[in-house]
Design a protein around this ligand. Structure first.
Ligand code: DGT
Ligand code: CA
Ligand code: ZN
Length: 574
């Protein structure tokens, strides 16, 4: 069992205790321990082997014994007993917006129902209003809550969906009958999660293409199949449809399937104004019913008088107007990025040396690499003390000497913003470092006021260059910290502190909407992979795509700035 699996079990215990109505401090203890385990950065079984479980923050005697039982037996008798008392399916109810543990316990005990479907049925049959404190309004909220929950679950993170789709598309591209194959939908728009894959292929022989698709070894079930459109679900649960179009219609079809729906609606209105009817198949001149076909979707946008709109912008957020006026931003591209400013080595919780990380960065064409290991208070993630930093500096100098002008290394730190708002290092020490990222990793459940004050204090420190993964959310796993983003943007704009777009596909933090706002407010953005190994430098495209969805150009992103400009900026307050 790894850290995340055990953390999930501890959270499950907390949920079940909460539904049962146990005292809150006991519940919080389990949650705190789960959070520590997730953020440990070290294998909990190793810690157990060196008998140091109780040194993990938030892990006392009782919880350490439970972790030990998990590690040694793979299960926990306490949890098994608890499950016989409180059905674990009730935990799903907690995800229904507005439904707290107390209510869950009340409904379960009064109506003796345990599943989400039963809950929905009870609300629809108006059985809840008979209970103490519940009324027709609660029933309505539960019905719509369960529906949105069912819609939400089953989405796949971009980082999983993209390589998967590429594998399927590659199999299609290898067919001689296929002239091109691409994904449309939310995947092509690089949304942070995707519902299903919308795949398109251009071919004059749709039958063969469909056959290859339906027989792909990853297909678990064929939902529907036809000559030009089929729908499947894959092992692991992802769903996809494939359309096969003749090459001369591919551009129009791809445009349609890319969406988003609201973008398409607006485009269709625009076409109508110009006397065209736009469909998935063609642009029809209404007057003479002449079909205009587009192999390349660029020509479709062109004939409508629009600049080609990058898919990441197609969300009906003003992009069609901008394309009409010729004011679309020149979005940032991979080739613009020359520095990586957030990475870890084995000095803290990374797995590779500074030299190995540097070689990985050189291989990927970077001019500058900052290695920013954790600071002392994240002790269990191997956080560095002042003395460690001194020793580390010597290693930086040695590696830099050896590598010469192949790359410029920056010694930095990813400094903890402590629970009470203090920073983990004094200014005197920060002033000596080349770059300082300040991040929040712990005490995520604080009030909005407290959590916001922590970030503000970091922004206002003149030595802090970047706020790392500002909301600390994990997509589908952990809600963002409750922050007053208005004050954070205001402070960052005033101080000129950069906000990070963390490219790890679990994070993508800031997210697109906030990036757009940072761009509008003139706040510097830094796109970083937070790599703990050289391979993880390859998360960059996810960060870039998210920044593009936020309308960011190269100019907005400090990782594109020349070495001189970046170094000047880093020493702006020294
Ligand atoms: P998803 O799968 O939930 O992540 O989101 P999308 O954007 O991939 O949406 P999906 O899979 O329902 O549909 C794929 C694309 O097909 C969508 O982005 C645009 C197009 N589309 C679907 N339904 C309609 C529609 O009713 N009208 C128009 N204009 N386009 C549609
Ligand atoms: Ca889709
Ligand atoms: Zn980091």
């Amino acid at each position: 069992m790894d850290n995340v699996q055990i953390a999930e079990k501890l959270d499950l215990i907390a949920d079940l205790l909460e539904i049962r109505g146990d005292v809150i401090y006991k519940i919080l203890a389990y949650r705190k321990a789960a959070e520590s385990l997730r953020e440990l950065g070290r294998d909990v079984s190793q810690i157990h082997e060196s008998s140091a479980l109780q040194e993990i923050p938030g892990v006392g005697k009782a919880i350490s014994e439970k972790i030990q039982e998990f590690l040694e037996t793979g299960s926990l008798s306490f949890l098994e007993e608890l499950k016989t008392e409180v059905p674990p399916s009730l935990v799903k109810w907690l995800d229904v917006p507005g439904l707290g543990p107390k209510r869950v316990g009340q409904i379960w005990q009064a109506l003796e129902i345990t599943t989400l479907d039963e809950l929905q049925a009870a609300a629809e049959d108006q059985k809840l209003r008979a209970l103490d404190g519940l009324g027709p309004k609660t029933e309505e909220n539960i019905i719509s809550g369960v529906e949105s929950l069912k819609k939400r679950s089953g989405r796949t993170r971009l980082g999983d969906a993209l390589p998967f789709a590429e594998e399927i598309l590659q199999a299609l591209r290898e067919l001689p009958q296929v002239t091109q194959a691409q994904a449309g939908g939310s995947l092509r728009r690089r949304q942070e999660t995707v519902g299903d894959l919308d795949l398109l292929a251009a071919s004059r022989d749709p039958k063969t293409v469909m056959e290859t698709f339906l027989n792909h070894p990853r297909v678990a079930e064929i939902v529907s199949s036809g000559d030009v459109k089929s729908s499947v679900s894959f092992k692991g649960g992802m769903r996809a449809q494939l359309w096969v179009h003749p090459p001369e219609r591919f551009g129009t079809a791809l445009q349609f399937a890319t969406g988003a729906k609201d973008h398409n609606l607006r485009l269709r209105e625009l076409a109508l104004d110009q006397g065209y009817s736009l469909s998935e198949r063609a642009l029809l001149q209404i007057e003479d019913e002449n079909e205009l076909l587009f192999e390349d979707e660029r020509d479709l946008y062109k004939i409508l008088g629009l600049a080609w709109i990058p898919p990441e912008l197609r969300e009906d957020r003003g992009e069609i107007q901008a394309a009409k006026e010729g004011t679309l931003p020149a979005l940032i591209e991979r080739g613009d990025v020359i520095s990586e400013l957030h990475s870890h080595s084995k000095w803290s919780d990374g797995k590779y040396s500074i030299m190995e990380m540097a070689l990985g960065a050189i291989q990927r064409g970077y001019e500058i690499l900052a290695v920013t290991d954790h600071s002392q208070s994240l002790g269990i993630a191997g956080g560095l003390t002042e003395d460690d930093l001194k020793a580390q500096k010597e290693e930086f100098q040695r590696v830099q000497e050896e590598l010469g002008d192949q790359i410029t290394l920056l010694q930095g730190v990813e400094m903890e913003i402590l629970a009470d708002g203090k920073l983990d290092f004094p200014d005197r020490l920060l002033a000596e470092l080349d770059i300082v990222i300040a991040s929040l990793h712990t005490s995520m459940r604080q009030s909005r006021e407290k959590a916001t004050a922590r970030i503000l204090r970091a922004i206002q420190n003149p030595y802090v260059d970047i706020i790392g993964h500002p909301t600390n959310r994990l997509i589908g796993k952990r809600e963002p910290a409750d922050l007053d983003m208005d004050s954070i943007f205001e402070a960052a704009a005033e101080q000129g502190t950069a906000l990070e777009v963390n490219a790890n596909p679990m994070r993508l933090d800031l997210s697109d909407i906030y990036i757009r706002r940072a761009v509008q407010d003139g706040i510097p953005i830094s796109i970083n992979t937070d790599a703990h190994a050289p391979d993880e430098f390859d998360y960059l495209p996810y960060g870039l795509a998210t920044a593009r969805r936020g309308w960011a150009s190269a100019e907005n992103v400090i990782n594109t700035w020349s070495k001189k400009r970046l170094l000047d900026w880093l020493s702006r307050n020294q």
